[in-house]
Unconditional design. Sequence first.
Length: 282
Amino acid sequence: MRIVRSVSDVRAAVREARAQGATIGFVPTMGAFHEGHLSLMRAARAAHDLVVVSLFVNPTQFGPSEDLAAYPRDEQRDAQLAESAGADILFAPSPAEMYPDGFATRIHVAAVTDVMCGASRGPEHFDGVATVVAKLFGIVAPDAAYFGQKDAQQILVVRRMARDLDIPVEIVACPIVREPDGLAMSSRNVYLDAPARERATALHRALAAAEAAVARGDVTADAVLGAARAELAAADIQPEYLDLRSPDDLTEVDAVAPVALLAVAARVGAARLIDNTILESH
Ligand code: AMP
């Protein structure tokens, strides 16, 4: 695996691979790798000749009061893990390489960014995501890009952006990878002290309680959200949001008929955590 710092070096490596007929799989990340990230890399490895992973803690998607400075960074460890998961190129640019002096463009995806994390973190968050992912697609020009369903809203934003900007890339959504006790893996889980780590399992229990309600035939939003909220309350967690929405466009739905996205965000101890599940009523 090669570690590459400049846009021009990534382009050259991709051009060379393409000239030999290679297909390109791409995994954008902010590093601090865990099994969730590695599952995306393995999926890309299984389907493509050249696997490019980007490691860039993107400053434009962090709000002024968020954790940009504290975000966990360990490039050496990440490089070893990426190589073991089958990456060929680790693109780890500096902020100045991605945002040189005079950088003046911002991509805003409307509608799907008004709710959930767009509402609680502010519109800048998804503008930052859409802008950096559009840049990365322009740099890497992959055939397919791999994203985690854990960030369900992010996938919708990226799909809409790629479609609207006619970027010819297949967006592949991969399943949420969890700890043995159900907590969704996240780079931010390192912020959890022992009591918070214990309480954090309530997010997954809340989703499971909603799934159980649907399995019993309780498919209304009231029943589903009530079951989930009870689990959060038992762990003394007040969610930033707990929403039942269409998985296609994030409009609110009043029942699981026949599918719905149940998504939650909550501050637990020092970490802001998100999780979700797709509920199916048939
Ligand atoms: P991040 O480094 O947090 O920006 O995440 C990079 C990619 O990994 C995104 O597409 C995330 O959705 C994905 N990801 C993060 N956590 C998980 C997880 N627990 N399971 C699957 N994918 C994940």
